[in-house]
Design a binder for this molecule. Structure first.
Ligand SMILES: CC(C)(COP(=O)(O)OP(=O)(O)OC[C@H]1O[C@@H](n2cnc3c(N)ncnc32)[C@H](O)[C@@H]1OP(=O)(O)O)[C@@H](O)C(=O)NCCC(=O)NCCS
Length: 283
């Protein structure tokens, strides 16, 4: 068996192993690699996504391990563990603390490799039907995001996320610009939400806001614009007001997502202002 980097032309083959992954984009912003059998076929894939320079109060740069998948006939032979370990080495060589948003299936393997952490997010599924009402506080203005807002969104997001993910935000925005909204107060950005089409519906996120009332107002706006399509959102468990609103709108809990890291880290994000992630691949 050998390894090789994945290039844009590999996107279709990699998708056969991990279908729910935006490989074209992941291979643009991150680096993918694959394990190749003697017959030349890919039997395992993974990718790393190192984020930009850390922002205070982060003390460490970090990076994500994404899209770990092994061909079904090759599982339980140590290949998944090998892929995570290889991704870990690649991130460390770039000075990044490795992090993964893992499905429960990956947890035992990550624990074995020394990762720690636990459930932090939950995937919820629903649609924009029967949404409870919600009122914006006086002075807050909500409007659609335009191309010209991207730099300001990046400036707002960076200290909250704890690292530079402008390329990811721009990509998610371009996937569904008509469903991107921002909140402003006195001309300053106080929150934003993005959404992109995925198979059979919409994936909503990131959702970042100065407080829960603004976050819920943005969520409601994005749901209003969803045209009744099925919506998935990975919301942080530590946001009770947002999650109560989702429950009121009859969003069902689908799966826990575990945020696991390797090594001691002060991640530096502002947890109180992160409401939903961009999805397991992107943070
Ligand atoms: C999750 C996934 C990547 C694991 O890949 P894998 O190659 O089976 O992983 P490993 O073989 O390294 O480890 C799997 C288990 O097999 C065990 N194992 C490894 N080698 C073994 C061997 N020779 N004999 C018996 N068991 C073995 C490991 O101890 C591990 O057990 P654990 O989960 O209780 O720790 C794979 O199941 C997969 O592709 N799933 C679908 C995609 C997915 O869910 N990806 C996760 C994204 S977050």
């Amino acid at each position: 068996m050998t390894t090789r980097p994945l290039v844009a032309d590999d996107a279709a083959v990699a998708a056969a192993l991990a279908a729910d992954v935006d490989w074209q984009f992941l291979l643009t912003v991150g680096q993918g690699f694959g394990l190749v059998a003697a017959d030349g076929s890919l039997i395992g894939v993974a990718a790393i996504l190192p984020y930009g320079a850390p922002q205070p109060p982060a003390r460490f740069r970090f990076g994500r391990i994404a899209a770990v998948a092994v061909r079904p006939d090759q599982r339980r032979r140590g290949i998944g563990g090998w892929l995570v370990q290889a991704a870990t080495t690649m991130l460390r060589e770039r000075g990044c603390v490795p992090e993964v948003d893992a499905k429960p299936e990956l947890r035992p393997l990550c624990l074995r490799l020394g990762f720690s952490g636990g459930p932090e997010l939950t995937r919820r599924h629903g649609a924009a039907t029967g949404m409870p009402s919600w009122f914006l506080s006086a002075g807050t203005r909500m409007r659609a995001v335009t191309d010209g807002d991207l730099a300001r969104l990046g400036d707002f997001d960076q200290p909250i996320f704890g690292a530079d993910r402008r390329a990811i935000l721009a990509h998610v925005y371009r996937c569904g610009p008509e469903r991107a909204f921002l909140a402003e107060w006195g001309g300053r950005v106080t929150g934003y939400v993005l959404a992109r089409p995925v198979d059979g519906g919409l994936r909503l996120g990131p959702l970042v806001a100065k407080d829960a009332p603004v976050a819920v107002a943005l969520l409601r706006q994005a749901l209003d614009a969803s045209g009744g399509q099925p919506v998935a959102i990975d919301s942080f468990d530590r946001q009770p007001e947002l999650n109560a609103y989702l429950a009121g709108a009859r969003f069902a809990l689908a799966a826990p997502i575990l945020r696991m890291q390797l090594g001691k880290t002060l991640r530096g994000d502002d947890a109180s202002r992160l409401f939903a992630s961009a999805g397991p691949l992107f943070g």
